[in-house]
Design a protein around this ligand. Structure first.
Ligand code: BYC
Length: 472
């Protein structure tokens, strides 16, 4: 087990104490991070005790401990998964060579860009979620929100470590810039589209943790295959924490679906808004929105960047090491969507530039599994309705489908047809206003807002009515 030295100012398992220059750089960055956290992190509750998990080792058995912590006192640390002795690069032109322990000079710029893009999403999501504490549906949910927020903060630390440790002055400048961009800001926005959208209510938040955090899972898993070993090890440990974020999204939406079905049955109506619930039609619109903006996060279907990342050995495929092929893909092909007039077809395309699309396909299959589980809940209530993922071309801004309008069932539409229908497919101002009217805080132990069912169990073996956040 690789222990973490809590005696040091920045808990870590990277022998930080032996690198004075890096330690000083990070100790200088730490107060700036805390200023950012106080300015842009969760509003309210900063002085409250929250029942949080903190990473204490990278051991698969018991890597975390749970206790009450005030968020600004959270021990954000630097943890890398154990190194694998003799690890070699698993794909691309350098396949079989020893994994790089330092940045390969010729790939410095590209690698920095990848790390910055990943790093930028972490503080962005904290900024997007900062006002949600005010309207929490329960203490249990409030605690989960804060758990995710502090861990996204730790993921920012993880990327800043790589920048400061391996990219010299440029890296330190990027670390500063990560604290300066702001989600949704016109002049200095976050890098990727979905991270500049608002997360104004708890349904959007649960959708975000289901759909957008899941992009995180796939991107991190691809970076965990990297030939640059420190990046690979960092991402491997981040994935351990990420699992909880996805759990919050999947079970959260599942609980909303559950409550909606209960209300539909009790009131013998589809229109559960009358009963203070969220109707399935509204849930479908939020799925349509969050799924489509998250699909954009995979980049264009055909991308030279993606081909280069792979050939250079910097970013692999999802579960690269489990695949049985040559891991170079120079002669391979992959089926990618194409537009033929107003028809959507697919065409075999060289595999290397299609890697974004391939990762998007893996992601789509994973998204579908959760939707199937929500549909099981609906079925159990003997309700003859289904939630669906819209067509991949629906409401896209990046890549092939950014140029056309596509209906949820995959028909290419004229602008006029789109304008006439879009209010049926995407949340409207009226939907948003209704949702906001439901967002009233519930902070009594064991109580839940009317629009969401309680979870099946509490956190870390604690009961559902545990005092997850101490309000006094
Ligand atoms: N918005 O060649 P293309 C997470 C840019 S989430 C704005 O198609 P490429 C998390 C692109 O940057 C995971 N711009 O794309 C979740 C490029 O610009 P340049 C985050 C976009 O490079 C929840 C140009 O368009 N991690 O961890 O193949 C909470 C041409 O693009 C977008 C990563 O993303 C967009 N959606 O792929 C907390 C991994 N899409 O270079 C955390 C690192 C593309 O021409 N990033 N563009 O100026 C990457 O691997 C790649 O940068 C991307 C884009 C997959 C994002």
């Amino acid at each position: 087990m690789a222990g973490i030295d809590y005696g040091e100012r920045i808990p870590n398992n990277v022998s930080l104490g032996e690198n004075r220059r890096l330690q000083r750089a990070l100790e200088e960055w730490q107060p700036k991070f805390l200023d950012w956290w106080m300015d842009m992190g969760p509003t309210g509750y900063q002085e409250r005790d929250v029942y949080l998990r903190t990473a204490v080792s990278v051991d698969a058995q018991g890597w975390a401990q749970f206790d009450y912590v005030k968020m600004p006192d959270y021990r954000w640390g630097l943890f890398l998964a154990e190194s694998e002795p003799g690890r070699t690069i698993g794909f691309g032109d350098h396949m079989g060579a020893p994994a790089w322990q330092d940045v390969p000079g010729e790939y410095r710029g590209v690698l920095r860009r990848l790390i910055v893009t990943q790093g930028d999403t972490e503080p962005a999501s904290v900024e997007q979620q900062r006002h949600l504490g005010r309207t929490c549906p329960s203490l249990y949910d409030l605690r989960n929100l804060f758990q995710i927020n502090v861990e996204e903060g730790r993921h920012l630390w993880a990327m800043v470590y790589l920048l400061d440790a391996y990219f010299g002055r440029d890296g330190r400048e990027e670390s500063e810039a990560l604290l300066q961009r702001r989600s949704g800001d016109r002049d200095k926005p976050r890098i990727l589209g979905a991270f500049n959208e608002k997360t104004p209510d708890w349904l959007s938040y649960l959708m975000f943790t289901y759909f957008t955090d899941r992009d995180g899972k796939y991107q991190l898993a691809s970076l965990a295959e990297s030939g640059f070993d420190p990046l690979s090890r960092t991402c491997r440990f981040m994935l351990t924490e990420e699992a909880h974020h996805l759990f919050v999204g999947e079970t959260g939406i599942g609980r909303v679906v559950q409550r909606t079905c209960e209300l539909m049955r009790e009131g013998k109506t589809d229109d559960v808004r009358r009963l203070g619930g969220l109707d399935l039609a509204t849930l479908q619109k939020y799925i349509n929105f969050h799924y489509s903006v998250s699909l954009d996060l995979f980049g264009s279907e055909v991308s030279t960047n993606a081909a280069n990342f792979y050939t250079m050995g910097l970013k692999g495929r999802f579960e690269e090491s489990k695949k049985r092929d040559d891991h170079r893909l120079k002669d391979a092909t992959y089926a990618v969507s194409e537009l033929a007039g107003d028809r959507i077809t697919s065409r075999e395309t060289p595999a290397l530039p299609s890697l974004n699309e391939r990762l998007r396909d893996d992601y789509i299959a994973d998204c579908r599994r959760g939707v199937d589980r929500w549909n099981q809940v609906i079925k159990k209530h003997e309700i003859d309705r289904e939630l669906r993922l819209p067509h991949r071309g629906f409401h896209r801004a990046i890549g092939l489908f950014g140029e056309v309008k596509v209906s949820p069932d995959g028909r290419v539409l004229s602008e006029a047809e789109w304008d006439a229908k879009k209010h049926e497919w995407l949340p409207t101002e009226t939907d948003q206003a209704y949702l906001e009217s439901l967002m009233r805080p519930v902070t009594e132990r064991g109580r839940f807002a009317n629009w969401i069912a309680p979870p099946a169990r509490g956190v870390n073996g604690r009961p559902v009515d545990f005092e997850y956040v101490r309000l006094a």
